[in-house]
Design a protein around this ligand. Structure first.
Ligand code: SF4
Length: 205
């Protein structure tokens, strides 16, 4: 991302009370997460392959944070319980399916836990994205989440809606539908509740 584009992105999110930080590496973003979150805080994790690549839950647990990450659940009930507990933590860390240059954060969810937490959950939210998630407009962001993120997420999670084979959304009503909640964060009333960490490389989908 060139300097001018980055400055535009930062400015447009700032107008919506969302702070953007730019990192050269995922390692740098991880170090910043560990620096700003106190070791005695509770933390919810929204599933994200970018965060998994960071191994963030394990590192936070090792240093003493209480972490609610559905990936740590041993069965369906435990996973559901972890998702609910993550909604009322001190901090929430997750990824995103798309962000637009004009300052919107767009996500789709299967069960809705992540979009609920981002909208009205913890008082502090960190969203980590690679530059592959940055698109020009809201329209492009929605196209991205439906035609790129959803099929890949469905495949990863073992679901088989039509987009998995077609590689595009056909607005299905399949029982295997993975995009049951579509969320557009257009701004924040609380300045800097959401911190957006943009990393200079491609991560996740
Ligand atoms: S509506 Fe169906 S086809 Fe479209 S992205 Fe969602 S699951 Fe895939």
């Amino acid at each position: 991302m060139d300097k001018e584009k980055l400055e535009t992105l930062i400015k447009n999110f700032k107008l919506r009370n969302i702070e953007v930080s730019y990192f050269d590496t995922l390692k740098d973003a991880k170090a910043e997460i560990l620096r700003i979150i106190p070791a005695d805080c509770t933390i919810g994790i929204g599933h994200s392959s970018t965060l998994q690549e960071m191994n963030i839950s394990e590192v936070l647990l090792e240093r003493g944070n209480i972490v609610y990450d559905k990936e740590l659940g041993k069965n369906k009930e435990e996973c559901k319980s972890l998702k609910k507990k993550a909604l009322i933590t001190d901090w929430y860390i997750t990824g995103s399916n798309a962000i637009s240059m004009d300052g919107r954060i767009v996500n789709v969810d299967h069960s809705g836990n992540r979009v609920a937490a981002i909208s009205f959950g913890p008082d502090n939210v960190i969203i980590v994205v690679g530059i592959n998630k940055v698109v020009d407009s809201l329209d492009e962001a929605i196209k991205r989440v439906k035609n790129i993120a959803s099929p890949l997420n469905a495949k990863r999670a073992g679901y088989n809606p039509p987009c998995v084979t077609l590689n595009r959304c056909v607005d299905c009503v399949s029982k295997e539908r993975v995009c049951n909640s579509l969320s557009i964060i257009e701004g924040q009333s609380n300045p800097n509740r959401i911190k957006l960490f943009v990393v200079k490389d491609n991560y996740g989908f």
